[in-house]
Design a protein around this ligand. Structure first.
Ligand code: NAG
Ligand code: NAG
Ligand code: NAG
Ligand code: NAG
Ligand code: NAG
Ligand code: NAG
Ligand code: NAG
Ligand code: NAG
Ligand code: NAG
Length: 841
């Protein structure tokens, strides 16, 4: 549950003692409020008590941050499951057999021991600055007998190994705390897959694995590709005959970071943000809390949308409100009243004279079918009612559904119930069995029937909230806490340079409920927003992916995967993707906001509104955009074809430096992409001929579009104006043709230049730009240069020959029919099969 920070708040007995040493030697036991502190002062070891704990008499020996981190945050606990009541009467000391031991009541009872078999008394325990407590021989080079990092609690620190010793068969695993106030081992564990030894799993109750990292491929675990975008960390996985281990380190050693298997079952990477005085989560798996196995326990209902996450269906209440409050949902929900059939089977007599009420079913509206619970189809039932009767035959049948997969019955505790986010159309209804006493009174008529009661609950939520005042106050507190955490989360994300999965509510708040629209791109609307950043607020642009006729049908998982690959791509001439949000059917991308807007506005603005861009600025924009595209084509791990290069997608930052936007859309949209692209007004003028002819799309399609843009940079006008409907254009006036004729004919090119510049141009640069552009728009993609050659030509590193007039332009100029251009492009709108061409390229 949402209490990670509550874990951090504990009461510490020890204060800063001047006597503090980093060593527990013979005769210097830790007791009461005495502690040891690592040499550099990073960590402290001693007795602590989790605050908020119901028992004020549960003390543990643990290690926590001493320096920099102001919230006491235990990273290791010795006697996790065996608290002591009075630290003053306990001793942590090196025993005669050489073990570090925690003994109760002046040595009468050993509460905890390192349990290593060595018979040496000259042994000391030293707390290192890495947070590792090491038991080693006192003299010589100090053979290590035992170390706490090999026996982690819920926290994995930088430098510590997590894996498997193949010789002893011992595997380290992180085990969650039972609750935010109880360090006893909980149900969740994160460790190496001992059968595979190349991947890590999170398991529930020792057996049920519900999340896997995927195998190590040399760089990353395949299931967490975003690992490489974590520039803050270096991960190192080593596997040989002796063992398989992963370690990590921080590139900036002053950053304080830890990875924790939270009480909720999620693994979380956290960073300490000194300016906020808080831990912030920068990465978490599984992404959705409701994907954690049995996260709300039996009959518990998980909801990503609610700030409390877990609730109980009507007729149930939390098994233990106290446990729920501290994040322990393992016991789930229990019935308000036992099933009548249970009472009858244990006690043949009537119960409160109500025996005849029997059991009933309640439609659990808005709740998904249980996953991973025991179920079986009952084929004989041919109606919902018959299905319910089949369930009533067995006392351990607890629910049924009747729908697309026939009649399905569930037995025992229902696990992984989830509140449905979107409309429930197509989902089979779930009917939960209840004692008729628990069926709301609105159904009393049905109850008199003494058979089955089918009730639809409209306002289930209110009855859940009415459960108890404790739960309510808890909601309020958690809500507040969560808000704070989220804000910090956003900030850390923008500082750390990692891709962030934003909450929808955050994005909505940041954009003031999508109130300021910056524009509508090919694949959705863009809104301006503000988010807290390292220094004050930073402006962001939020793109809501949409196509004409609705939202995109891109699945959540695919979206996340693709967004991660896009998020890794960073270049000075590419717009930086900050994060994303996947919420119901909404797919949002959060980018840096570019204050000077897009190139089309700078280039084609009406004359009065702003001065024309200088040639110098234009040439720099052309060069920068080319470099951005070159990076997409060749600088990334996988070649990315932009597919939609046009002035609208070249943005200008505060210094008028160009940044290419909207890349990666083909990956994101897969099948929808080509359909969208070829139907969007304002894109077709830039599309290469192969989009019509049907040959596979390559990076050269971007080169063509870039050439078209380059011509517009020169002229300051749209090449093809007819799609704007403003004026009819004669083919002989079609600017690319005019330019191609002049360039190939060796004529003076200054006539091509935007007249607003009054000929104020570097003639050599103009010559290069025009030649490059005409090479780029050749019909035959083999004749077009690569983006690398374009960049080199613009930089003046390589010379550019005189280009020929592209054949299609020549042919068109003979037909003298401007309409032909348009009608040939219109052919594309009926495409359906070339969607795959982009996706596969
Ligand atoms: C530590 O314990 C001693 C004896 O119990 C007590 O006198 C002292 O005040 C305590 N120090 C702190 C910092 O709590
Ligand atoms: C040490 O060994 C004892 C006895 O075998 C066992 O009860 C205890 O759990 C062990 N302690 C640890 C920390 O492994
Ligand atoms: C780890 O997860 C993978 C993938 O879900 C699964 O195949 C494997 O059996 C799991 N390993 C263990 C030890 O549960
Ligand atoms: C791991 O291997 C053992 C023995 O080979 C086998 O019994 C067990 O079922 C395997 N576990 C998983 C999760 O595959
Ligand atoms: C965990 O598994 C044990 C048996 O291995 C079982 O007795 C226990 O009930 C399980 N815990 C839960 C919460 O289901
Ligand atoms: C739970 O059930 C779903 C299908 O209902 C399945 O895809 C998933 O692998 C199961 N998870 C576990 C941990 O068994
Ligand atoms: C495995 O450990 C043995 C000694 O325990 C050592 O001699 C050997 O080199 C190690 N193997 C590898 C691959 O590290
Ligand atoms: C059966 O019910 C009677 C009251 O109706 C109660 O006194 C008795 O304890 C019950 N027996 C069992 C085994 O529950
Ligand atoms: C339910 O109870 C019946 C006996 O009434 C038993 O045969 C069956 O195995 C039980 N099913 C489950 C899933 O516990």
């Amino acid at each position: 549950m949402l209490l990670p920070l509550a874990v951090a708040v504990v009461a510490i007995l020890g204060g800063a003692r001047c006597l503090a040493s980093d060593t527990i030697a013979a005769g210097s036991a830790i007791s009461g409020n005495r502690t040891v502190v690592s040499r550099g002062g990073n960590f402290e070891l001693g007795f602590f008590r989790p605050s908020g704990s119901s028992s004020s008499h549960s003390y543990y020996v643990g290690i926590w941050y001493k320096k920099a981190v102001s919230q006491c945050t235990p990273v290791w606990v010795a006697n996790r499951a065996s608290p002591v009541t009075d630290p003053a009467s306990c001793q942590l000391a090196v025993a005669v057999d050489g073990n570090l031991e925690l003994a109760d009541e002046a040595g009468k009872h050993v509460v905890w021991s390192t349990n290593v078999s060595s018979t040496s008394s000259s042994v000391v325990a030293v707390l290192l600055d890495t947070g590792n407590l090491v038991l080693r021989r006192e003299n010589n080079d100090g053979e290590v007998l035992w170390q706490s990092s090999e026996h982690p609690s819920d926290t994995w620190l930088p430098g510590a190994r997590l894996g498997l010793n193949k010789i002893t068969g011992y595997a380290q695993a992180l085990t969650s705390w039972k609750s935010s106030v109880d360090p006893a081992p909980g149900l969740f564990a994160l460790g190496i897959d001992v059968n595979d030894t190349k991947q890590y799993n999170i398991t529930w109750n020792g057996t049920m694995s519900f999340w896997t990292s995927g195998e190590w491929n040399g760089d990353v675990f395949t299931g967490i590709p975003e690992m490489i975008s974590h520039h803050t960390y270096d991960f190192d996985f080593v596997s040989d005959a002796n063992g398989s281990y992963i370690t990590y380190s921080l590139q900036d050693p002053t950053v304080i970071s830890r990875m924790v298997l939270d009480v909720s079952g999620q693994v979380r990477q956290m960073i300490w943000v000194p300016s906020d005085d808080e831990w912030t989560i920068i990465w978490t798996e599984p992404h959705q809390l409701c994907d954690v196995y049995a996260v709300c326990g039996a009959f518990g209902v998980c909801s990503e949308k609610s700030d409390t996450f877990c609730s109980c269906p009507v007729g149930f209440r939390p098994s233990s409100e106290m446990d729920w409050e501290v994040g322990d949902h393992s016991h789930g929900c229990r019935r308000n009243n036992p099933l009548q059939c249970e009472l009858r089977s244990t006690n043949r007599s009537k119960v409160n004279g109500k025996d005849d009420d029997g059991d009933a079913f309640l439609l659990a509206s808005g709740i998904s079918l249980p996953r991973n619970s025991t179920s079986s189809p009952a084929t004989q039932a041919s109606s919902s009612r018959g299905c319910g009767l089949a369930c009533l035959k067995s006392c351990n049948c607890t629910a049924y559904s009747y729908g697309s997969s026939g009649c399905v019955l569930w037995y025992g505790g229902l696990l992984n119930l989830q509140r449905l986010v979107d409309d429930t159309a197509g989902m089979d209804d779930l009917y939960i069995r209840l004692s008729a006493m628990d069926v709301p009174s609105s159904s009393s008529e049905g109850r008199r029937n003494r058979t089955i009661v089918f009730v639809s609950i409209a306002a289930a939520v209110s009855s859940i909230l009415a459960l108890s005042a404790i739960v309510l106050s808890m909601l309020v507190r958690m809500f507040r806490r969560r808000k704070q955490r989220r804000m910090a989360f956003i900030q850390a994300a923008s500082e750390g340079g990692n891709l962030v999965a934003f909450e929808y509510s955050d994005v909505r708040r940041a954009t003031d409920n999508f109130s300021e629209k910056l524009g509508g791109g090919s694949f959705g609307s863009v809104y301006k927003g503000k988010m807290p950043g390292a220094v004050g607020e930073v402006a962001v642009a939020v793109k809501k992916l949409e196509v004409t006729g609705g939202l995109l049908c891109v699945g959540d998982k695919q979206f996340r995967n693709e967004v991660r690959t896009i998020g890794v791509i960073q270049h000075v001439n590419l717009v930086r993707l900050r994060g994303f949000c996947s919420h119901g059917a909404d797919r949002l991308l959060v980018y840096d906001h570019m204050p000077n807007g897009s190139l089309d506005k700078a280039l084609f603005a009406t004359r009065a509104s702003s001065p024309a861009l200088s040639w110098r600025a234009r040439f720099q924009i052309a060069l920068g955009a080319a470099r951005g595209l070159l990076y997409l084509h060749e600088g990334c791990r996988d070649c990315i074809i932009h597919c939609d290069v046009k002035p609208e997608n070249i943005l200008l930052d505060g210094d008028m430096a160009p940044k290419v936007a909207d890349f990666g859309m083909a990956k994101l949209l897969a099948r929808d992409f080509s359909r969208v692209l070829t139907t969007v007004r304002g894109t077709i003028g830039y599309l290469a001929p192969e989009w019509i002819s049907g040959v596979p799309i390559t990076a050269k399609a971007d080169v063509y579009s870039y050439g078209m843009v380059l011509l517009e940079i020169v002229s300051g006008k749209r090449n093809a104006r007819s799609w704007t409907g403003e004026e009819e254009q004669r083919m002989s006036d079609y600017f690319p043709l005019v330019a191609a004729r002049k360039v190939s004919g060796g004529e003076a090119l200054v006539e091509l230049l935007d007249e607003r510049l009054n000929g104020d141009v570097d003639g050599r640069e103009l010559d290069i730009a025009c030649r490059v552009a005409c090479w780029c728009v050749q019909d035959d993609e083999a004749r077009r240069p690569t983006m690398e050659q374009v960049v080199q030509a613009l930089e003046g590193v390589v010379a550019v020959d005189v280009p020929p007039i592209p054949t299609s332009l020549r042919a068109l100029s003979e037909s003298e029919n401007a309409g032909f251009v348009m009608s040939s492009f219109n052919l594309m709108t009926s495409d359906s099969e070339d969607a795959g061409r982009v996706a596969s390229s």
